[in-house]
Design a protein around this ligand. Structure first.
Ligand code: ATP
Ligand code: MG
Length: 178
């Protein structure tokens, strides 16, 4: 296929369900066309269902940050500093991997949430986006992207919550939310 048309930047944001699953759907499509894909997951706690299936897809490689045991608002300053350092190393590792390998699609799941909670230095992400390989397509997910990230994106898709069962007390279910 003609990979010269690749290289655009996507943001999937908003307060409704479907940001990560939209990104996973794109991975499925890209893999089906023989693209080489990297998924990097930020702000991740326990393993999610997709990790079991993604490893079966041709050309897909998954990188996970160190699993978190707390939400950012529950962390003390030292814990936040450790997570920040871990995420900063993680984005550098992903950038280096994509710069040195023939990668067509990079999905940075929850990278926007990591920036918004100051658990990732957004400058590192922006520098990477500015200097990324020209034909690397990049997808970022998470709520409340900064204006600078929005300005850099070619696609901005906002998923608006009209209803979510969490609001009537139904917690995340295996196979659907995790
Ligand atoms: P999904 O992974 O299901 O596509 P998402 O990526 O859009 O969801 P996140 O903001 O990453 O959603 O939320 C993490 C978890 O919270 C997921 O399990 C998701 O299904 C769930 N979730 C998404 N939106 C809401 C909401 N408005 N209220 C409560 N839980 C939500
Ligand atoms: Mg998500």
């Amino acid at each position: 296929m003609d990979k010269s048309k690749l290289g655009l930047i996507h943001i999937y944001t908003g307060d409704g369900k479907g940001k990560t699953t939209a990104a996973l759907g794109l991975i499925l499509r890209a893999s089906g066309r023989g693209l080489n894909v990297v998924l990097g997951q930020f702000l991740k706690g326990r393993e999610t269902g997709e990790l079991h299936t993604l490893s079966l897809l041709p050309g897909v490689k998954v990188f996970r940050g160190k699993p978190l045991t707390k939400f950012s608002f529950q962390m003390n300053e030292q814990e936040k500093a450790e997570v920040l350092q871990g995420h900063n190393e993680f984005i550098k590792e992903l950038a280096s991997y994509c710069n040195n390998n023939d990668i067509d699609l990079l999905v940075l799941d929850e990278v926007i949430g990591a920036c918004g909670t100051h658990l990732l230095d957004e400058r590192l992400l922006i520098d990477f986006l500015k200097h990324k390989p020209a034909h690397l397509e990049v997808v970022m997910t998470g709520r409340n992207p900064s204006m600078e990230l929005l300005d850099m994106a070619d696609y901005v898709s906002e998923i608006c919550k009209r209803k979510h069962p969490f609001d009537k007390g139904i917690p995340a279910r295996e196979g659907i939310e995790k």
